[in-house]
Write a protein that binds this ligand. Structure first.
Ligand code: NAD
Ligand code: DAU
Length: 337
């Protein structure tokens, strides 16, 4: 369907979800050009945008904390979709400083530019701002759940959400926020749980499971997340928050056993490793508001199928992840994980 938006600034568009957003936009929103602003940290890869034409996507390498650059870019677009962040909990525990800078100061810099130029802003956030739930808690997170972040990562994301709310209320910035659960799919950095285990097996390394392995995450395919983002961008009510989730709760040990089975390994062919400090027990999203108000529904609800496709992607794209593997595993080994 044609969009009323023709130029969208996608921050973090060379990372996992942002690059999938750009590809989704090219497939589903003809006529929309994505201007990607990405610093190309360890998590950003220009190859994630390979094959796109200049009419579909332009990559600007730069920092969202660079106020002058951000101002120039925001002045020339219809909307900003803000994915850029330091995104990995384990890294935030080892060194929180870049998380505060990028996630808080970077969001502030973008909001100020949107305020000056009257540009629509959509903020990509996480369910982790709500803290965690007990395994036997019958409730799930809703838009009304109080904020209670646990990690340096989630506390900086919570801070950025608060800035967006304040900039909307005080200055009238045309903003929306979405808080999504754990994404999986192609091009996810191999520091994250699912791609780490897949690439471990491909390299002959035993997968690593934290703690007792009973922590629960609520998995959603990255394309379902991005479809929801477009729905909110085009039809969401300004000033509102929407939770995005696909009823995909799974224990970590069950996800790992599914990967092992799919890749022809025994169910106990993995190592138990040191738990993450402050490890959130369970996340679970109630996405009723998004489904009833904006008629969004997830399409990729067969997790086993999505996992098989993701495994195939890592099998077929070894050149993409192989150069990163040694350093990622050396860092984990140092932390006892
Ligand atoms: P990612 O780490 O794969 O990608 C982040 C991208 O941001 C990279 O391309 C990186 O180079 C870029 N970046 C980092 N700092 C920057 C800076 N200062 N200036 C410009 N670019 C910078 O992350 P992801 O998993 O794709 O997550 C994207 C967003 O979605 C984040 O805001 C994250 O909090 C949120 N989110 C992620 C998940 C998930 O499961 N991965 C779930 C919910 C929300
Ligand atoms: O809930 C949304 C969040 O999901 C996003 O905001 C974050 O950006 C994203 O990284 C993700 O956070 P998690 O901490 O849940 O994801 P991660 O892939 O790091 O870990 C998923 C679970 O697997 C978690 O319980 C820790 C566990 N784990 C992780 C790794 C890397 C392991 O057991 N072994 C591992 O090797």
């Amino acid at each position: 369907m044609d969009s009323l938006l023709s130029r969208v600034l996608v921050t973090g568009g060379a990372g996992f979800i942002g690059s999938n957003f750009v590809h989704f936009t090219v497939r589903q929103k003809p006529g929309v050009k994505c201007i990607v602003l990405d610093k190309l940290t360890y998590a950003g890869n220009p190859d994630n945008l390979a094959g796109l034409t200049d009419d579909q996507c332009q990559l600007v390498v730069g920092d969202i904390c660079d106020a002058r650059l951000v101002d120039d870019l925001v002045a020339d677009v219809d909307a900003v979709v803000h994915f850029a962040a330091e995104s990995h909990n384990d890294n935030s525990i080892a060194d929180p400083a870049p998380f505060v800078r990028t996630n808080v100061e970077g969001t502030f810099t973008l909001l100020e530019a949107c305020r000056r130029h009257g540009v629509r802003f959509h903020h990509i956030s996480t369910d982790e701002v709500y803290g965690d739930l007990a395994l036997d808690d019958p409730t799930r997170f809703t838009e009304e759940t109080p904020y209670k972040p646990s990690s340096p990562y989630s506390s900086t994301k919570a801070s950025s959400d608060m800035l967006v709310r304040a900039w909307h209320r005080t200055y009238g910035v045309q903003a929306t926020i979405s808080n999504c659960s754990n994404n999986y799919g192609p091009r996810q950095h191999i520091e994250k749980f699912i791609p780490r285990q897949i690439t471990n097996i491909l390299c002959g390394i035993r997968p690593k499971l934290y703690g007792d392995g009973r922590n629960v995450r609520d998995w959603i395919h990255v394309d379902d997340h991005n479809a929801a983002v477009w729905t909110i961008l085009e039809h969401g009510r300004i000033g509102e928050t929407y939770l995005i989730g696909a009823d995909g709760e799974q224990g970590n040990i069950d996800v790992l056993r599914a990967i092992l089975q799919c890749m022809g390994k025994e169910a106990d062919d993995f190592d138990w490793v040191r738990d993450r400090p402050g490890h959130d027990r369970r996340y679970a999203i109630d996405s009723t508001k998004l489904r009833t108000e904006l008629a969004w529904h997830p399409e990729h609800t067969d997790f086993a199928r999505g996992l098989r496709q993701t495994i195939d992607w890592y099998r077929q794209n070894e050149a993409w992840w192989r150069p990163l593997k040694e350093a990622v595993e050396a860092k984990y080994a140092k932390a006892g994980q």
